[in-house]
Design a protein around this ligand. Structure first.
Ligand code: AP5
Length: 212
């Protein structure tokens, strides 16, 4: 099974994909997490990606497609979080899946209004090691600066600074919103309002996935 979670930065894609992965055993594939791991490892790819990510711009399509293509056929099924993010990436995914002979099963579009996105992103911190997200106001780690799950260091992302947040939302509207239309034209999109508590959003999400 392949599920795509689409939505603006801060919609809760990572939060929900982690939960869904824990409850279903499906593999969580987050291109943002993969890129941050490359940055942490100091790889050439990471160095290149960082120059785009810190400003809130997208990393070039060919880099992303090359990075994710080998992973989309995991037998456990995959939850795609943050990919595809351009129409070119969506077309590349289609081509790869056509080769594999099994299409996308579900595209879920998670909506949240812009003010709420800015509030969420401005108060977010993540674990540097396992990438678990926290909200420093409403859901901080139990011990300041340390991840509840793995004990890793909890830090604020460089792209959660005000200027980068503004640019990420603009880039989302220009380049990623058309991906929603790409799938919508094929009648493949289920939309959920990703507001309320994470538990409430999870219930809505499993509701639409269960209706597959
Ligand atoms: P990526 O890591 O994918 O960032 P993003 O899409 O901007 O998404 P976020 O991680 O900011 O938000 P999210 O929707 O996952 O929300 P989360 O669950 O964390 O990408 C980062 C960068 O990498 C990109 O800008 C780009 O440069 C590059 N990149 C990645 N993929 C790429 C691609 N395919 N092509 C090109 N470049 C790519 O939650 C956010 C906060 O809200 C957290 O604090 C969380 O605790 C809180 N929260 C979650 N749910 C709720 C709720 N229901 N109520 C209240 N708070 C909530």
């Amino acid at each position: 099974m392949r599920i795509i979670l689409l939505g603006p930065p801060g919609a809760g894609k990572g939060t929900q994909a982690r939960r869904l992965s824990e409850s279903t055993g499906m593999k969580h594939l987050s291109t943002g997490d993969m890129l941050r791991s490359e940055i942490a490892a100091g790889s050439e790819l990471g160095l290149m990606a960082k120059s785009f990510m810190d400003k809130g711009d997208l990393v070039p399509d060919e880099t992303i497609i090359g990075m994710i293509e080998q992973q989309i056929n995991d037998p456990a099924g995959v939850l795609l979080d943050g990919f595809p993010r351009t129409v070119v990436q969506a077309q590349a995914l289609d081509a790869a899946l056509e080769k594999a002979g099994s299409p996308v099963d579900k595209v879920v579009y998670m909506t949240v209004d812009v003010d709420e996105l800015v509030t969420r992103l401005s108060s977010r911190a993540i674990c540097e090691s396992c990438q678990t997200p926290y909200n420093l106001q409403s859901d901080p780690p139990s011990k300041e600066g340390a991840c509840d799950k793995c004990g890793g260091k909890v830090v604020v992302r460089a792209d959660d600074q005000p200027e980068a947040i503004k640019n990420r939302i603009k880039v989302y509207e220009e380049l990623t919103a058309p991906v929603v239309d790409y799938y919508r034209e094929r009648g493949e999109v289920d939309e959920i309002a990703a507001t309320g508590t994470p538990d409430e959003v999870f219930e809505k999400l499993t509701g639409v996935i269960g209706n597959n």
